[in-house]
Design a protein around this ligand. Sequence first.
Ligand SMILES: Nc1ncnc2c1ncn2[C@@H]1O[C@H](COP(=O)(O)OP(=O)(O)OP(=O)(O)O)[C@@H](O)[C@H]1O
Length: 536
Amino acid sequence: MPALISPRFLFFGGSLRFQKLTHFSRKTWFHSSVDKGPLTLASFDIKSKIETTEPRETTKLKVPKGKKIIRSNAIKPKKVENEAAPFAAQSFSELGLPSTLIERLETEGFTTPTDVQSSAIPVILNGQDVVIQSYTGSGKTLAYLLPILTNVGPLKKDCSSGGSYRESGGKRAEIEALIVAPSRELGMQIVREVEKLLGPNDKRAVQQLVGGANRSRQEEALKKNKPVIVVGTPGRIAEISAAGKLHTHDCRYLVLDEVDELLSFNFREHMHRILEHVGRKSSADPRNPVAKRVERQTILVSATVPFAVTRAARSWGNDPLLVQAKKVVPLESIPQSGPVLSKKTDTSSPSNPQTQPAVELPPSLKHYHCVTRVQHKVDTLRRCVHALDAKSVIAFMNHTRQLKDAVFKLEARGMVAAELHGDLGKLARSTTLKKFKKGEIRILVTNELSARGLDVAECDLVVNLDLPTDTIHYAHRAGRTGRLGRPGTVVSLCEEREVFVVKKMQKQLGVPIPACEFVESKLVVTEEEKIPHQLE
Ligand SMILES: Nc1ncnc2c1ncn2[C@@H]1O[C@H](COP(=O)(O)OP(=O)(O)OP(=O)(O)O)[C@@H](O)[C@H]1O
């Protein structure tokens, strides 16, 4: 039976209680077609209408005995306003970014900041330590990259063209910003985002130090290219730093992306080294020469911020602020004992200090569960994909050894599927991911490795072939679809005896996860969707 608390939070002593969602749309009930192509405010067009569906008429479907159709997606679409687009009305130039960077953003099709970017950029530019929390796919990566690039590297303010952008004049490989991510895939994705902004001529200002790649080549590249920004995984960064080949004492920025994952037991030793060395200089105090001054700005980032993170932020940072999509509050105002809302807490009051959600889901997502026997799960997945006409699907399982078998069964049923997990070689992992992003693989069968940070805009369906261990894992898995306000569907397959776990999760997450079935290639909702405050 899946436990509802992850062991890593037990280790760090964090408490997991969860808040109700403030963004909750009951209007958009069904899966709808996903907008393809590059997403900009113009292409997204908040004011224009997008297609979602509402019940109007039910078509005749063969429904199993004793089941009642509440809704089915055999219903004609109706146009409604999109409430989910996470854009604030400001432009990037209003946020104090240099013109060089704004030009690069425009070239890459980024014209309008998202809400979390509007909140975070001025605060980080002001030198504050922050915890950035906003739901998956809301643009947290640029929220910290843009202020860093304003002060570091070739696009920085006052960097005259042709001159060196390195603080040390290029004599020594001094790193100015270190970004840590829990997986190789996420690390590489962040590197690509930085490279995109730097442009083809300045790509070498960023260097990846991820595990699984050739370490001596990474060390040579550090020596030769003298990057100012390094992005990597904890183990590889700590190894190269311990070997004396990565100098981070002058580092001005330390970013921990997916910080709650980085706090897990597995990363403990490496994270300890990183936190002890980055931006720490020997004390000038002759009475205490071993003491170190911390001269870095610490930026912690995740969609999920349990108490363990706020506690860590307080001890690592200097008066850190909690930055959310439309709100910035001192972390000190969050109660010590547990930051999340209780059921009876008033979420509407902005002065309420307990307004920090531990888990927030993208408002554009629809959630369902489907009861099925273990041996029928893969077939139910196939029927689910057909019923929703999903083009790009991520299916999560809890145990790596089962992935191959699921892929084999899907392929036997004529579906293009592939497995992705940490036991595969570096090349196999990146080839599979590339193919999935290009649309050459329809169903990616994977484990927790792909739950964090993976950004595939086209992913329109997430299926939990096994239930996640807790609501934090649910949120990160679910967040692989519905990126940046796009519609997305999450279907959890479970056995009858696990339904109580789904009920518990919907209560903790504050979103309805009604039962559904797949009948004659249609999704049929067989349970009334209850709004969060009606959930017992
Ligand atoms: N202002 C913007 N305009 C258009 N697209 C944007 C903007 N900001 C970010 N994006 C795009 O939105 C997608 C999601 O962004 P990002 O991966 O940073 O989300 P996230 O909040 O970090 O998600 P997760 O919590 O899953 O890691 C990316 O493809 C990114 O390039």
